[in-house]
Design a protein around this ligand. Structure first.
Ligand SMILES: [Zn+2]
Length: 580
């Protein structure tokens, strides 16, 4: 169903806009002109009717360079606009459905609002708004690109329901007004780019919510909200019926989170490091999760500092539901009793509770690094490398072939909106940094990090460089500030000579055919053992190292899997040894 489309008409007109049931000319429609700097919303949730009703005020700021007379406000297509007012006067607005995958329904209800006067660049305007509708389980945006229904429902699990309500914000359900250009799941990274832009524009915005679950209630529902301080709810008597009063929440995200609320009849398990909320019958899994988190907490503290907030885990009823994280809040089905899996999840979550950065490559990269470190501690380095190998395959596809020059900056870790890069690749980058500068130095750099002082992409790299004598500028340039693709190592030559003392002196020349430099482990196998050296090889360069071993050298293997590489089929070298 397309209500709105753009078609090229003629050479001179360029893009002519075809609008259905709307009088607005699209030439003046800049959907991303405004951002919302303040939300003050009264949210009524009626679980039994799956209904959401919202009344409140929002403040719009014109982020564009031109004065704006029209503002576009978007909510989920399952919600309807009821009123828009400016300064107590109703303003003219038209509504239409706008197809976009930023919402689980695959569409948005747009209000195209004619403002009483044009808002100048950087100017603001306050609007009073009202909208309502239902939020039902809906995975249209996924099923229409052929995702199997069951998998789609376990991914887009948001809904308001009698027994369980969980609604995630932007990127899942537009339950508060947003203003975005179209996002299309079938077009590469489109959704993540649109989302990334919106979240950047929303950085620093405030949200004040009063959530009231209506209906008669015997139990006090648990209302969870990410990254916020809430007070309430309280039960009170009204005309002989027990009712639940509103929960008052203040939300000012430091991370680029999606405001999420959960209303459920949870049981609570409280521990010093974590609070686990679980559904009836899930006691075993909840205890298991809390135990795993408690066990790993000192390790995470040692790496990332004392927790800034207590981690919160909350249960999801669908055992196949995709976990969702928002800072230190993790929504995940609590079903299994696998303590290793729980430990892996807890390592990530506790890192978020301890460490905060609004830069995804730091925030998520370190939380994933914590998972690899946890596995290394539990099962040894190889287990960590195997785990990172799963992540490597996720981003290697993006990285091959090496990025074109215009992509180097957009896809860099400091700018990317791609999860594969700011999660998986960033984890590998942090792991390489740990190998290069050592654990103690990296921990000191992490401890010195202050999110409020992080004004430049080079802030964290400088903290790391301050802890080491090494020049790492080339590394950050290849891996962090730019996306130069991946290295490709090869042993170009190896010569072995027997020394007078009977040992063997091996001269190895490594060639990096790839477009990014790295310090790579080189393993020499010889009669009676093996030895490992680390060698820095810049992009499109060679480096030589000499290794003395006690037995005849047999084989050289470059890269133990800790350095992401574009081609690993050329990493083994058999040594031809000639006795002289
Ligand atoms: Zn995370």
């Amino acid at each position: 169903m397309k209500f709105f489309e753009m078609k090229p008409v003629g050479k001179f007109l360029g893009l002519l806009c075809v609008l259905c049931a709307s009088v607005v000319n699209c030439f003046s429609l800049d959907r991303e002109a405004f951002s919302v700097t303040n939300y003050d919303l009264n949210v009524q949730v009626e679980p039994e009717q799956h209904r959401l009703g919202v009344r409140g005020k929002i403040t719009l700021r014109n982020d564009s360079a031109a004065p704006q007379k029209i503002a576009v406000l978007q909510i989920s297509s399952s919600l309807d606009w009821r009123a828009v007012k400016a300064g107590d006067k109703a303003v003219q607005f038209v509504t239409q459905t706008y197809t976009s995958d930023i919402d689980h329904t695959g569409g948005l209800s747009e209000a195209i609002v004619t403002l009483p006067q044009a808002v100048p660049p950087k100017g603001t305007i306050e609007l009073e708004i009202a909208y309502e509708g239902v939020i039902l389980l809906d995975a249209t945006r996924l099923t229409r690109i052929d995702t199997p229904e069951e998998a789609a429902n376990s991914t887009d699990w948001d809904q308001i329901g009698t027994n369980f309500t969980a609604v995630r914000g932007v990127g899942y359900v537009a339950w508060y007004p947003i203003a975005t250009e179209v996002a299309n799941l079938s077009e590469g990274n489109s959704l993540f780019e649109v989302l990334g832009r919106w979240k950047m524009r929303e950085a620093g915005s405030k949200m004040h919510l009063q959530i009231t679950p209506t209906g008669n209630s015997e139990v006090l529902p648990q209302i969870l909200f990410n990254g916020v301080s809430c007070s309430g709810p309280a039960m009170y008597e009204s005309m002989g019926v027990t009712k639940v009063g509103p929960v008052d929440c203040m939300y000012q995200p430091l991370r680029l989170d999606a405001p999420t609320f959960v209303i459920a009849d949870y049981q609570v398990l409280e521990r010093p490091a974590i609070e686990v909320r679980y559904l009836r019958g899930h006691d075993v899994a909840a205890t298991n999760f809390a135990d795993a988190a408690e066990k790993i907490a000192p390790f995470i503290t040692d790496w990332f500092g004392e927790h800034r907030e207590r981690a919160k885990t909350a249960d999801l009823p669908d055992p196949k539901a995709a976990p969702f994280e928002s800072g230190a809040l993790l929504l995940t089905p609590l079903a299994g009793d696998d303590s290793k899996l729980a430990g892996l999840a807890a390592a990530h979550q506790l890192t978020h509770a301890a460490f905060l950065s609004f830069r995804p490559w730091i925030e998520e990269g370190l939380a994933h690094l914590a998972q690899a470190l946890y596995l290394e501690r539990e099962k040894g380095r190889q287990a960590a490398l195997d785990y990172m190998g799963l992540h490597r395959s996720a981003f290697s596809q993006i990285e091959a072939p090496a990025p074109k020059s215009e992509d180097e900056v957009n896809r860099s870790l400091v700018n990317t909106t791609s999860e594969e890069l700011y999660r998986s690749k960033a984890m590998c980058v942090w792991w390489m940094l740990r190998d290069m500068v050592g654990e103690a130095a990296l921990k000191k750099a992490i401890a010195a990090y202050r999110p409020e002082q992080d004004k430049e992409p080079s802030y964290m790299p400088r903290l790391i460089e301050a802890q080491t004598q090494r020049d790492l500028e080339w590394f950050f340039d290849d891996w962090v500030y730019r996306d130069r693709g991946l290295p490709d190592f090869k042993v170009e030559s190896a010569f072995s000579r027997k020394t007078e003392t009977g040992s063997f002196m091996l001269t190895i020349t490594l060639d990096n055919l790839g477009t990014a430099g790295a310090e790579v482990p080189v393993i020499v196998k010889f009669a009676g053992g093996e030895i490992m050296r680390r060698l820095e090889v810049r992009a499109k360069s060679k480096a030589v190292t000499r290794v003395e071993v006690t037995g005849a050298p047999q084989e050289i293997i470059v890269n133990d899997g800790s350095v992401p590489e574009s081609d690993t089929t050329n990493n083994t070298f058999k040594i031809e040894y000639t006795e002289k």
